[in-house]
Write a protein that binds this ligand. Structure first.
Ligand code: DGT
Ligand code: CA
Ligand code: CA
Ligand code: ZN
Length: 601
């Protein structure tokens, strides 16, 4: 049974790798893992074309052989030894060398171009690999996701050999999720687009004030669209600049004081220009959330006022009350302290006795869950430590994968001990201001046991335990499994506790209330995985969990040096969850962290 599940996961994983490969493709510098992804991608595409199985196996087998290779790929290529590796045939040697040297491969580009884009899109639906997409195409003539949805709704897929009612249902759910996902964007990417626009607006001489509003300002994990609010007496000039930026795909609305634009990624942006005296009210209104605005309006009404983006009016006379030049003043007109944007979600923030003190990025002294070239990372211990020093950290935790994550080149016991040695030597050498803690991201196996021996885990400074397999267990099984891992004495932290990939993959079924209680009882930390596509444990659960005493770590899960900067996205979530700095391990100094690892206090 476990075997069958693993196989299903592997298929959908292949399609997923396929998408990932395309993102990294044509990057000038390609490492082993990027190349493995592309070889897997080629195998899936060949399957889709119905090529002969030997050819397909040459690529999928080659991918696996390359993945399992422990040596440095650059050296192997330089010494011309690629062809002598078991599983890498002569046809692949050339292609791997070309990818390594140039980051491109004409064969791969041609292959992708020879397939209808709709079929490649179908590979993004969980559970559909090359073979199944080909079958759907051959048997039912579908060439797009829309067409696939139609034949599913007609029940034609259920009737196909090898599919059935269950997989038809799963495909429909996958298509629905995909449509929802397409409407939203990761905060991290949206912020990248928004920041230069804000700077551009602020640089205009006609602009008095400019701010980002909406969900981006509230630091939500995903955003629907961008909202900009500008104070100016000359709106035309601002509209002109906004609608004529050269990064724009389409101007979807252009008015005297309000315009909307769309970028190539599908992301849209609204701009509103208001007179300076309205700015605080407009900024507050368009920051939202809707639920927060409703609560604010009710509070105003109870005091005899009506609140809107225009200002605060006396209900009885319809007279404008004395204005507000800042949001702080606006809140104080209603007898409230200034509520930070990230807390404005209509979740009781008006009733808080005291505003929680939110952490900031400069309070972060180091990070714990990061990968190196030992498993599936792209940088060495030295390179990661240098990047940590560049971020002004004091320490860096390395947590490579364990052996059950074979697709990520996870470490077995011997390799763990070798890495502990390397880290020890690195720290002894005094070559860096960074202290490196030796950790592991150890797989929680399907029954809740751990992937490494107790004696190995004990030799490390700390261990992050994560689920990377059997995602489709029932909520009861998954909850029991994770709690069993939490109760293991070697467990320091729980990694990405729901397995979700924002806008791509739903969380697995798990009762996080029970998991939180178990973590508190065992003094186990739950991470905020700061990868912008994960960001779990979700901020919605943090305020109550932190009040109950749960400890937090902000973990960038970096796979390269740039990935360390993801810690900022984790800080956003800690702010949004109102987690106090005393309960965030990263806010402690090196000695205090070492002490926590020893005695959990
Ligand atoms: P998003 O874009 O879906 O990620 O979320 P928001 O919160 O940015 O929503 P958006 O862009 O539709 O509107 C920005 C803010 O404007 C929203 O948070 C609250 C305010 N707003 C917009 N429409 C309404 C409404 O119908 N009622 C109320 N109370 N506020 C609204
Ligand atoms: Ca918005
Ligand atoms: Ca909007
Ligand atoms: Zn992981």
């Amino acid at each position: 049974m476990a075997q069958a599940k693993a196989a299903v996961w592997k298929t959908s994983n292949n399609a997923y790798a396929c998408i990932l490969a395309y993102y990294t493709y044509s990057r000038l510098y390609m490492n082993k893992n990027d190349i493995v992804d592309i070889l897997e991608d080629i195998a899936v595409l060949l399957e889709l074309k119905g090529e002969n199985p030997f050819k397909i196996r040459a690529y999928s087998g080659g991918a696996r052989a390359l993945e399992a290779m422990e040596e440095n790929l650059g050296e192997v290529i330089a010494e011309d030894r690629l062809g002598s590796l078991k599983g890498i045939g002569s046809a692949l040697v050339d292609k791997i060398q070309t990818l390594y040297a140039t980051g491109e491969l004409a064969y791969y580009t041609k292959l992708r171009d020879s397939i209808a884009p709709g079929l490649i899109e179908m590979l993004e639906i969980p559970g559909l690999g090359g073979k199944k997409v080909k079958k759907l195409h051959d048997a039912l003539g579908v060439e797009s996701v829309d067409a696939l949805q139609k034949v599913c709704e007609l029940g034609k897929v259920a009737a196909l050999k090898g599919f059935g009612a269950k997989s038809q249902e799963k495909i429909l759910i996958g298509i629905a999720n995909r449509a929802n996902y397409a409407k939203r964007h990761l905060w991290w990417k949206a912020h990248d687009i928004a920041r230069p626009i804000l700077e551009g607006l602020r640089a205009l001489p006609e602009v008095d004030r400019a701010e980002i509003a909406g969900s981006l300002r509230r630091l939500k994990e995903t955003v629907g669209d961008l909202d900009f609010i500008v104070a100016s007496a000359e709106p035309e000039k601002i509209m002109e600049w906004f609608t004529e930026q050269d990064t724009i795909q389409e101007v979807t609305a252009r008015g005297a004081t309000k315009s909307s634009i769309r970028f190539e990624s599908g992301l849209q942006a609204d701009l509103r220009v208001v007179p300076s005296e309205q700015f605080a009210f407009a900024l507050h209104h368009f920051t939202g959330s809707k639920e927060h605005n409703v609560a604010m309006r009710q509070r105003a009404l109870a005091q005899g006022f009506s609140l809107s983006e225009w200002g605060l009016k006396e209900v009885s006379t319809q007279e404008l009350v004395v204005g507000a030049s800042s949001e702080e003043e606006l809140f104080s007109l209603l007898g409230l302290p200034e509520i930070p944007p990230e807390l404005r979600e209509g979740m009781g923030e008006l009733e808080l006795n005291a505003m929680p003190e939110l952490i900031s990025s400069d309070q972060i002294r180091g990070v714990f869950h990061n990968h190196t070239t030992a498993s599936d990372g792209h940088a060495s211990i030295e390179e990661m430590a240098q990047a940590a020093a560049d971020l002004n950290f004091d320490y860096l935790g390395l947590a490579d994968h364990s052996k059950a994550s074979f697709q990520a080149n996870g470490l077995d016991e011997a390799r763990v001990f070798r890495q502990i040695d390397e880290i020890f030597r690195f720290n002894e050498s005094d070559q860096s201001s960074i202290h490196v803690f030796s950790g592991i991201e150890c797989d929680i196996l399907s029954d809740g046991s751990l992937d490494l021996e107790d004696s190995t885990l004990e030799a490390l400074d700390y261990a992050v335990m994560s689920v990377h397999s059997s995602f489709s267990q029932s909520q009861e099984e998954m909850t029991k499994r994770v709690i069993r891992a939490i109760e293991h004495p070697a467990t320091t932290m729980l990694g990405h506790p729901t397995g979700r990939i924002l806008l791509r993959r739903e969380p697995y079924q798990i009762d996080l209330e029970k998991v939180i209680d178990a973590a508190i009882a065992n003094r186990v930390i739950i991470e905020i995985n700061a990868n912008p596509s994960r960001l779990d444990m979700d901020w919605r659960l943090w305020r109550r969990a932190a009040e109950k005493g749960l400890m937090c770590a902000i973990n960038p899960d970096a796979h390269n040096t740039e990935g360390l900067s993801y810690f900022e996205a984790g800080v956003n979530i800690a702010r949004k969850g109102g987690v106090p700095k005393e309960q965030i391990l990263n806010c402690r100094d090196c000695a205090a962290v070492a002490k926590w690892f020893k005695d959990r206090s």
